[in-house]
Ligand binder design. Structure first.
Ligand code: 5GP
Length: 203
């Protein structure tokens, strides 16, 4: 049994990483999504235990103290964290796991899990990112400017990721990530595959 991939996807707000991850998961039933915990309020339609584990600050801080997170970060004033949730045991059993987390969290995972696969999603251009954020209709001019400024800084951090994938269309971005997963499995499994072929001389 070969080890499962730990796939970490990040990208600036407005890049569409939520949509890309949802489509990737629907096309890849063998991929498990790591449900994060957060202290932010649920949005309309979000379900506890499916989108996030919604915790109060006290409970979240208790979990930090108990060492219950692979990583956590403070994003826009709220805590977000990846529960340890037997990630390494599940990988050892061959399970591929997807984390959709911010860049601060991803940098921490790079330290703890250097064999992770770090994928940074990029918008096709900064004007397109601005159009996408405006399209949500939820930003004031100040918050739009803040998000765009933060996006430029985050894009620099993208250099530290294993792969950069442009989200021009969701279909193409998902197809690129699936190709990366296939390639990474071939790379990780190579020793095992060679040993298997050499050990099976008689069919
Ligand atoms: P939102 O509130 O829009 O769902 O997420 C805000 C940001 O938090 C996004 O950039 C998302 O990727 C990030 N995020 C979600 N879950 C986690 C997590 O477990 N850890 C970290 N570090 N960031 C997370």
């Amino acid at each position: 049994m070969s080890k499962g991939l730990l796939i970490v996807v990040s990208g600036p707000s407005g890049t569409g990483k939520g949509t890309v991850c949802a489509e990737l998961l629907s096309q890849t039933p063998e991929l498990a999504y790591s449900i994060s915990a957060t202290t932010r309020q649920p949005r309309d339609g979000e379900v506890d235990g499916r989108n996030y584990y919604f915790l109060d600050r006290e409970k979240f801080e208790q979990l930090i103290a108990d060492g219950g997170f692979l990583e956590y970060a403070n994003v826009y004033g709220n805590y977000y964290g990846t529960p340890l949730g037997k990630i390494e045991e599940r990988r050892a059993a061959g399970q591929d796991i997807l984390l959709e987390i911010d860049t601060q969290g991803a940098l921490n995972v790079m330290e703890k899990c250097p064999d992770g696969l770090f994928i940074f999603l990029l918008p096709p251009s900064l004007p397109e990112l601005e159009r996408r954020i405006r399209g949500r209709g939820s930003e004031t001019p100040e918050s739009l400017a803040r998000r765009l400024g933060a996006a430029k800084q985050e894009i620099e951090i993208g250099r530290r990721y294993t792969y950069v994938v442009i989200n021009d269309t969701v279909r193409q971005a998902v197809s690129r990530i699936k190709s990366i997963m296939v390639a990474e499995h071939c790379r990780i499994d190579k020793e095992e595959v060679i040993a298997e072929v050499l050990n099976n001389e008689n069919e």
